[in-house]
Write a protein that binds this ligand. Sequence first.
Ligand code: KG4
Ligand code: ZN
Length: 346
Amino acid sequence: MILALETSCDDTCVAVVTQAGELRANVISSQGIHDRYGGVVPEVASRHHLELLDPAVDDALTRAGISLDDVTLVAATRGPGLVGALLVGLSHAKALAAARELPFAPVDHLHGHVAANLLEPGGLEAPFLCLIASGGHTLLSRVDDPRSYTVLGATLDDAAGEAFDKGARLLGLPYPGGPALERLAREGDPGAFAFPTARGVEGLNFSFAGLKTSLLYRVRDLAGEGGPSPVDREAIASSLGREVAADLAASYQHAIVESLAHRCERALQQTGLRRLALGGGVAANGPLRRRIGALDAEVTVPPPELCTDNAAMIAAAARFTEPLSFPAYLGLDAYASGGRLQGTPA
Ligand code: KG4
Ligand code: ZN
C-alpha cells in the first residue's frame, strides 16, 4: 500500500493506492479561503496544510480500510510548487515514513499529473503524448517510459490555468477562475469576440499573455470611460452586463481551448503517436475535453478529480520512482521550480 501526500499549492491531498496501481482512497481538502484574496496566499496555504494534513491522512486510511501498519511505501510531492506548502507535506510524509522506517518516494508534481493516466484499471501504455495544463504549468510531453516524461513544448509566459484565473478576475468572477469562467461561458457565444490563439508561436510552445491583455482592452472598451477598478468585482460585472460578460467568457475560453488543441494536433502529426492524455486542472474544462476528444487520436482524460491536484497521481508516480530507504530521505529538501525525476533511465 502506498500512502501519498500532495501539498504543492492550496489543496491538502492524501491518497492510498496499491502497488498494482489501484486507487483505494483519494482525499482532497480544498482550503476555500483564498478567494477573498483573489489568489493563493502562500503562507495561508502552508498554515492550512499544517492543520488539515493529520485529519486528511486519517480520513484516507479509513476510506481505504487500512491502518498505518499496512502502509509499505510513503510518497510526497517534492516540487515544483510553493516551497512553504511543499515543506509541510514533505516533512509530514517523511515523519510518517521514518517512524516506521519505511521507504520513501519523493515525487515530481508534473510526473504526478502524467502518472494520473497510469492508474489501474485502464492505465495508459507508453508511448503516449500528454498535455498538462494547470494553474502553474502548461506543457506538452512525450511519455516513452512511465518513469519519466520528455517536454516537447511549454508555455513561454502564463500557464493556461493562469489565463483562466486572470481572465476570470477581469470579468469579475471569483477564484479559482477556470470553473467560474466555464460556467458563465455556457450562456455566451464563443464567436462573439475574436481573441488571439497564438498560432504564430513556433513549434509546440504556448503563449497566453497576449490573450489576457487583449481581454483587458476589451473589458476597458466595453466598460466605458474610466471603467471599474480591476479589483472591484461587482462594479465590473454590473458595468459589462451579464450577456456581454458571458460572450467575453465564451470567446476567451474558446481561444484558450483552440490554442491548446492546435498544439496537440501539431504534436500528434510531428511524432506520429496515436495516444494522447490530458492532465492538470484545466483538463477538467468541458469544452477542452470535447474539443480534444474530437481529434483524430485515442484520447484519454482522467476524471476531473484526478485532473486537478490530488495525491492519487503522486502515488501513481511513486510506483515508478526509485524509493529511498530509511534514513536516506530525512534531509530531503523541496524545490520551487523545474522538474526533477528520480529513477529516470540514463
Ligand atoms: O492542477 P491544478 O489543480 O493546480 C495546479 O497545479 O496549478 O490546476 C488549477 C488550475 C486553476 O488555474 C483553475 O482555474 C484551473 O486549473 N481549472 C480550470 C477548471 N477547473 C480548474 N480551468 C478551466 N476550466 C475548469 N473547469
Ligand atoms: Zn498541478
